[in-house]
Structures are given as C-alpha cells and as structure tokens.
Design a protein around this ligand. Structure first.
Ligand code: NAD
Length: 470
C-alpha cells in the first residue's frame, strides 16, 4: 500500500490557510453559542450514523478489521460519547455559582464560567482511526472550540474518507482536516494553539510536548505502554482467560489498552493456558488467518517491528503458536508461558497479538514487578477477592483499573479515560472530554456601594491593630 496514492497530503499553503481559518473563526465567537455546539454534535452523530458502512469498509481496507469489531470499538463508543455530550451540554456549559469565603463574604458574587480554550489541534493515530479522531473532536465541539484534525497517514483509506465527510457535515470554518506525515504535522505544530490533543506513541509525544512549550500550550497526551493482567489464582480462570484472549486479539493486539502480558502463579498457570487455548479457538477457529473476524497488522513496518520482538524472545515456551504471513500482514495469537522477566517481549509495548506470561510467587511479587516498570495505561486485575484487588490498587499506579474484564472501560462515558506519566497526561470521554477543551474561568464580582468600604477598611493602609479587631 503506497499511502500517497490513496491519501493526498495538504500543501504548506493549504495548511497555513486552515490554521488561519481555525484561529480566526474561534476569535469571531462563532463556535461559542450552545445551540451551535448542539447542532454540530448532532451533525457529527449523523456523519457517523449515515456513513457507518463506508467507514467500516475504509477501516477494513486499512486493517482488515471486522465490521462488528469496528462497530463496537469505533462507532458505538463514539456515538455514546456524542449522545452523552448532547444530553448534558446545558448542564456542563452553565455557570456555576460558589459561596464566597470569609474575606469576600459581603457584597461579592463568585462564579465559574465554562469557556472554550480556543483553537485546538487534534492529532490521531491509525489503530482506531475513526474513534480516535471523532471522540476528541466531539469534546472540542461540546466545549465551543474550533479544531483541526490530523488523522494518521498510516490508515489512509479511513483518513481519506473522513476528509471527505467532515466538510459535508460540519461547519468547515470551524472544523477542518489536514492530512500529512511528519512534515505536515510539524508545520501544524509551529502554529500557536490553545490546546493540543495527541494520541499516539510516547516518543512522538515528546516532540509534541516540546512544540507545546514554545507557547506554553495546554496538552492532552493519550499514550500507551505495557498494561499488565494480574490473575488471582482463586478466580474463575475460564472466564478470565476468555476475556484476556478477547482483549489481546481485538484488532490483532494493536490496541493501546490491550492486555500486554499476564502475571500468574505456577499453580494457576496450566489451567489458565488450557482455557486461553480454548478461548482463542472459540474466537477465531483452528486457523485465525481464515477467520473473517481477525484483523491484520497495519503495514510492513509494524509487521516487522512485531516479528523482531518475537524473534528476539529467547525464553519461555510457546504454548500457542502459528505461522505468520508477511504478504498478508498476518500474525496469529501467540502465547508464551513462563517468559523470563527480562525477555525481549518485556522491553516495550507489544502492539501485536503476543501474550507473554510471567510466573509470580504471589501478589506481592506481582506488585513489585509492576512497580519496576512504567506506570501503565490500565491495570487489569482478575479476582473477586476485594482484599486482593485493593492491595494491588493501593500499592501500584496506573491510568485506570479494570477488574475482571479487558477493554470495556474505554467506552464508559461515566469514567474519564487517560494515562499517568509515560502512559499519558490528562483524560477524556464523557464529561472529561468537555473539561479537557474547557477553561474554567473563575469570576468574582464586587458591588461598588460606598457603604461596603467601611467593612473593607481593614485592607487599606494605614494599617492598625484596631482595624484588625473590627
Ligand atoms: P501514528 O504513527 O499514526 O502516529 C500518531 C500521529 O502522530 C499521526 O497522526 C502521525 O502523523 C503523527 N506523527 C508521527 N510522527 C510524528 C512526528 N515526528 N512529529 C509530529 N507528528 C508525528 O500512531 P502510533 O504512534 O504508531 O500509534 C500507536 C501508539 O499510540 C501506541 O503506543 C498506542 O498505545 C498509542 N495509542 C494510545 C491511545 C490512547 O487513547 N491512550 C489510543 C491509541 C493508540
């Protein structure tokens, strides 16, 4: 797949024009009225609903992602977020009044104005191309911002279609698309933004953060990392294995919140492996390459990146294995039992359908292992023992926690979604998406009644002990 043959990159002049439009439209106040935001959110909803078949096909062309996986992972999640914003927009945008404290008790009103941050830049990756462009965009619209969306050049079919659809449905003076790779994104980053929202890998995040420092622009970073699964040997191993297999194989492991590896005791290992094998078989059959439900690696570079990790792995036993096919960008689910703690597969985020299993002595050993790595985007705990769960949560850090399932928290509008440290900064989804693009402007109003001056006399010089006693 030659990206440039599918996706036309924007020229420098077009990019400068888009930046100009985005910034001047915000300054004109066009996107501030709540009614405008509501209409645009409704239009975004229609864009997704009217075109779900075409979008499903585009994502299939990029990733061979099955329609059901696309609907669940990209359409339902985004529509839920838009619905939630539409239902709550009036409440979220309303001024909030606070009670003044002692020093301002008299003649003072305090309130919080929910103001749009301004012109926003949204940079998205390729693995969930629709969800990761439109969910942040919904937040920007709800907050009253203007925005440029920069979809990933690595998912060119999806990016091309979104580029065609956005101007058909949304106000094109406020919401624009720029296509390109490093050169074009670097040009975008030279501009002065009021907020930058980046989803992608941690190395590029450092470039984005550096660019944001020049104007001290606020930033949301939605990154990845190695999200562990810790298995309590006393839990229902069959259900746990099914849910781990689901989370691992979804989009062929190319999911920021994919369970990256498993921590398990030797006692539970054998049964868990048997259940994992059974689960993968139920999900994708004897040969996942023939399954219509199993996605492909995005491109050759990522296929080789993943295979290099696998080929560099020198420890453990492959208890589930299969042949990869470069021409088809296919890698089967591969489970490696009793993987060494310093194995190649434990060096970086896998972003591939490999599941290394690390043997731990007990929960303390598992906690120590998690804490010797970067704080993950999500920590998966499989246990119905509250003490076990609380111990793990109390003694570790992560962006989020999901107990007894994988992936499903990402579509939950009542929970903010985001990382911590190397797995990200800031959060979105539900109300958090609105907050992310909103500046809460603290506003205090005083009366000018001269009689108030008596009460306020204490603050004026000349100071005296007597005034303080009043
Ligand atoms: P990618 O290669 O598509 O890059 C993401 C975006 O950054 C693209 O729009 C790309 O054009 C831009 N970009 C790339 N290099 C750049 C540079 N040098 N300067 C400026 N912009 C540049 O996607 P990726 O990074 O491979 O995405 C996968 C990563 O994203 C994984 O680490 C995954 O965990 C993470 N991710 C996180 C989330 C989340 O919500 N936290 C969601 C999806 C993916």
């Amino acid at each position: 797949m030659v990206v440039e043959q599918i996706l036309e990159f924007h020229t420098e002049a077009e990019i400068r024009q888009a930046i100009n439009t985005c910034q001047s439209t915000f300054k004109s106040g066009h996107t501030r009225p709540v009614e405008f935001r509501r209409r645009q959110l409704q239009q975004l909803w229609l864009l997704l609903d009217d075109n779900k078949d075409a979008l499903a096909q585009a994502v299939y062309n990029d990733l061979r992602k099955a329609r059901s996986e696309f609907m669940l992972g990209e359409i339902v999640t985004t529509l839920e977020d838009i619905n939630h914003a539409l239902e709550n927009l009036d409440k979220w945008t309303k001024d909030e009044y606070t009670t003044p404290s002692f020093i301002n008790r008299v003649g003072t009103t305090c309130h919080l104005r929910k103001e749009p941050k301004g012109a926003a830049l949204i940079i998205s990756p390729w693995n969930y191309p629709v969800f990761l462009c439109f969910a942040p965009l919904a937040g920007a619209i709800a907050a009253g911002c203007t925005a440029i969306v920069k979809p990933s050049e690595l998912s060119p079919h999806s990016s091309k279609l979104m580029t065609e659809l956005i101007p058909k449905y949304l106000d094109n003076s406020a919401y624009l698309v720029v296509n390109g790779a490093v050169t074009e994104t670097s040009l975008l980053l030279e501009a002065k933004w009021n907020h930058i929202f980046y989803t992608g890998n941690g190395n590029v995040a450092k470039i984005i953060m550096k660019a944001a420092t020049k104007d001290l622009t606020s930033l949301t970073l939605e990154l990845g990392g190695k999200s562990p699964c810790i298995i309590d040997e006393n839990c229902n191993l069959a259900v746990a294995a099914k849910r781990v297999a689901f989370g691992k194989a979804f989009n062929s492991g190319q999911t920021c919140i994919a369970p990256d590896y498993v921590l398990i005791t030797e006692k539970a290992e054998e049964q868990f492996i048997a259940e994992l094998k059974k689960s993968f078989l139920e999900l994708y059959g004897e040969n996942p390459q023939n399954s219509p439900d199993y996605a492909r690696m995005i491109n050759n570079r990522h296929f080789h990146r993943a295979m290099n990790l696998l080929n560099g792995s020198k420890s453990g036993t492959r208890v589930l294995d299969g042949k990869s096919d470069e021409a088809d960008l296919f890698i089967p689910p591969i489970v490696i039992a009793n993987c060494a703690r310093n194995d190649k597969l434990m060096e970086e985020e896998l972003f591939a359908p490999f599941l290394p299993m690390i043997r731990v002595r007990d929960v303390d050993d598992a906690i120590e292992f998690i804490n010797s790595h970067d704080d993950p985007l999500v920590l998966y705990i499989f246990s119905t023992d509250k003490k076990f769960c609380n111990k793990v949560m109390d003694q570790t850090q992560s962006g989020g926690v999901l107990i007894n399932d994988t992936l499903m928290h990402v579509g939950e509008t009542s929970l903010p979604f985001g990382g911590i440290g190397p797995s990200g900064m800031g959060a979105y989804h539900g109300k958090a998406s609105f907050d992310c693009f909103t500046h809460v402007r603290s506003t205090m109003t005083k009366g000018l009644n001269p009689t108030l001056e008596k009460i306020m006399a204490v603050r004026y010089a000349p100071y005296s002990e007597q005034k303080l006693k009043m």
